[in-house]
Design a protein around this ligand. Structure first.
Ligand SMILES: [Zn+2]
Ligand SMILES: [Zn+2]
Length: 140
C-alpha cells in the first residue's frame, strides 16, 4: 500500500468515512496525474460506474481531499494541498498542458502581506498562470 493511500484511509477515518473501491480508484487516478476533468477522471476509473465517480468526487470535495482548479468557466480536479503539497500551475492555452510549479516562499509571503493589508486572514489561495508552453511558443 502506498504511503499516500494509507494517508487517505487515516484521513477518511478521522472524518467518519471508510475507504471503498470507488474512493480508492478516484484517489489513485488523481495521484501523480495532471489535473483531470470529470470525464477524464471517469475514464481513469474503469470498472467504477459514472455515478459512483461523481459521488466520490462530491464527497472528496466536501472533505477537502480534492480541490477544483478553475480554468476559465470550466474546472479540473486535483488532490488538495493536504495530499499533494501546495503548488501552482502554468497552463498552456494552446495545448492545455499543466506544468506544476512549487511554491515560491517570497510569493507566498507577499500574498499573506497583501491580505493582511486588508485586515484579511488568508487561509488558502489558488493562483493560475496562463500562456504558451515551450512547444507552442512561436520560435524566433
Ligand atoms: Zn502547449
Ligand atoms: Zn501559493
Amino acid at each position: 500500500m502506498s504511503h499516500d493511500l494509507s494517508q487517505l484511509i487515516t484521513y477518511l477515518q478521522e472524518h467518519g468515512q471508510n475507504i471503498t473501491a470507488p474512493r480508492r480508484a478516484v484517489f489513485t487516478a488523481l495521484q501523480n496525474s495532471d489535473p483531470l476533468t470529470m470525464a477524464e477522471l471517469e475514464k481513469r476509473c474503469p470498472g467504477v460506474d459514472r455515478s459512483s465517480v461523481y459521488r466520490t468526487v462530491m464527497l472528496f470535495e466536501r472533505l477537502g481531499v480534492v480541490q477544483r482548479l478553475s480554468i476559465g468557466w470550466k474546472y479540473k480536479l486535483e488532490l488538495s494541498d493536504i495530499f499533494q503539497g501546495h503548488h501552482h500551475h502554468l497552463t498552456c492555452q494552446a495545448c492545455g498542458k499543466h506544468i506544476e510549479i512549487t511554491e515560491d516562499v517570497s510569493l507566498e509571503a507577499q500574498l499573506q502581506a497583501l491580505a493582511a493589508a486588508h485586515d484579511f486572514t488568508l487561509k488558502s489561495h489558488q493562483l493560475e498562470l496562463f500562456g504558451l508552453c515551450s512547444d507552442c511558443s512561436p520560435r524566433a
